[in-house]
Design a protein around this ligand. Structure first.
Ligand SMILES: *[C@@H]1O[C@H](CO)[C@@H](O)[C@H](O)[C@H]1NC(C)=O
Length: 190
């Protein structure tokens, strides 16, 4: 009788440890992307942008990321608006082809992790939002690793879940122009 009790305790302990270990590996598997650091704008008055919200605020800490949430066939993202035209809000020519792109062309920049060391360059993604779908070409990176410096026009680093899209994408999704700016979407590799 005593032997059985010890034995069942032993089995319980083993089971408990197994559950603990499997939960641990599951949590590693599902672990979301962690920040890579923080940056701060030390100087004031260096942002020329009209919209104050796009400038790094003096003294404020901004989180940087080298990774993005895991990609699936239905990856959640925030759609933002950008102009990839010369003199547009994107600044310099697109990283993938060193070219500018008309607002009438559906193109996007992806957060650093999704940009994946240029592996998605000039590939297409499907963007699902507002009950519609638009196919757009990846032409640039929305840098999640750096910002708040002259190279980035003193704008904060990109969040790690951004699809930064041209006007054509917003139009294609049928979003009224007054609502362009920020919207929850899903995307997938096309
Ligand atoms: C980056 O590209 C590699 C090689 O194509 C791929 O195995 C990996 O899943 C990609 N990562 C992301 C986040 O897309």
């Amino acid at each position: 009788m005593k032997g059985i009790k010890i034995c069942s305790n032993y089995i319980q302990t083993i089971l408990f440890l197994l559950i603990l270990i499997s939960n641990f590996s599951l949590s590693i598997e599902a672990s979301t992307c962690k920040p890579s650091g923080k940056i701060k704008n030390l100087k004031t008055g260096q942002c020329n942008r009209a919209e104050e919200s796009e400038c790094c605020k003096p003294g404020k800490l901004y989180t940087t990321f080298k990774c993005s949430p895991k990609v699936s066939h239905h990856t959640k993202a925030i759609l933002t608006l950008n102009s990839f035209e010369k003199g547009g809000s994107g600044g310099s020519a697109s990283k993938c082809d060193n070219k500018f792109h008309s607002d009438k062309t559906p193109v996007v920049a992806l957060s650093t992790g999704w940009f994946n060391n240029s592996k998605r360059c000039l590939k297409f993604v499907n963007i699902f939002g507002n009950g519609k779908m638009v196919k757009a070409k990846v032409v640039d990176e929305c840098d999640s690793t750096k910002g708040c410096d002259s190279d980035h026009d003193f704008q904060p680093p990109c969040l790690n879940n951004i699809v930064d899209a041209s006007a054509a994408v917003w139009k294609g999704l049928g979003v009224p122009e007054k609502d362009w700016g920020q919207m929850n979407v899903f995307w997938s590799d096309a």
